[in-house]
Design a protein around this ligand. Structure first.
Ligand SMILES: Nc1ncnc2c1ncn2[C@@H]1O[C@H](COP(=O)(O)OP(=O)(O)OP(=O)(O)O)[C@@H](O)[C@H]1O
Ligand SMILES: [Mg+2]
Length: 196
């Protein structure tokens, strides 16, 4: 069974088009005009467990839309998908516990806490075993070369350093017994050989 499978995944966004100005707002109250955007059009692929993949496309191609459907944040307009055997948009807890999604504009870390404490808070919230937590945080902070940044307030980190902390935070979750099926686009050479 593939870890991630998309078949004919399609998403059409329906958005309200407001005309300009006050008159446009008033007209909008009477007759709404909608625009349809076919953000994902019959997307199909399979990813096997342990496979590393890149998901590339120009801006607006629909990458984030597909990832949101695969992680259960959005319902598709049509098509089907299975992630670890689950239908993502049913949002089953068993599935949510087994995958991570790191997005540039979404933060799991608290701005006013040092990175280490922010990670510790995530550990407590998700009830992650301390031994595993320390192994992952120590290993990844060394690999990503952010050991000397662990006690810096998250808001004072550079974007790249903050994303590394976000990645660590995403990887402290308990892995599945037979390996993790998360997928990431890695750009740093040494992450690709990471055991985490
Ligand atoms: N919530 C939304 N409502 C309406 N249209 C949307 C919505 N989200 C995305 N779109 C549109 O759907 C299309 C695909 O967007 P999406 O964010 O999936 O692209 P992307 O491949 O992730 O792009 P980027 O490389 O810029 O991140 C775009 O035309 C975008 O304007
Ligand atoms: Mg995107």
């Amino acid at each position: 069974m593939p870890a991630i499978e998309a078949s004919g995944l399609t998403k059409i966004y329906r958005t309200y088009r407001k005309e300009r100005g006050l008159w446009g707002s008033i007209k909008g109250l009477i007759k709404r005009r909608y625009q349809e955007t076919r953000a994902a059009d019959e997307v199909s692929f399979q990813i096997e467990q342990g496979e590393f993949v890149g998901f590339l496309g120009p801006n607006g191609a629909g990458k984030t839309t597909v990832l949101k459907m695969l992680s259960g944040l959005l319902n598709p307009t049509s098509g089907d998908a299975r992630v670890l055997g689950f239908i993502p948009w049913e949002r089953r807890n068993e599935m949510k516990r087994q995958f991570s999604l790191v997005m540039g504009q979404k933060n799991a870390l608290w701005w006013d806490l040092p990175a280490q404490e922010s990670l510790e808070l995530n550990r407590a919230i998700y009830g992650i075993d301390r031994t595993r937590f320390e192994k992952v945080v120590d290993g990844l902070s060394e690999l990503l070369e952010v050991q000397d940044k662990m006690n810096v307030m998250v808001r004072e980190l550079s974007l790249g350093e903050r994303m590394k902390m976000e990645l660590i935070s995403a990887l402290i979750h308990e892995p599945r017994e037979n390996g993790s099926a998360s997928f990431y686009v890695f750009t740093t050479r040494n992450i690709a050989s990471s055991p985490y």
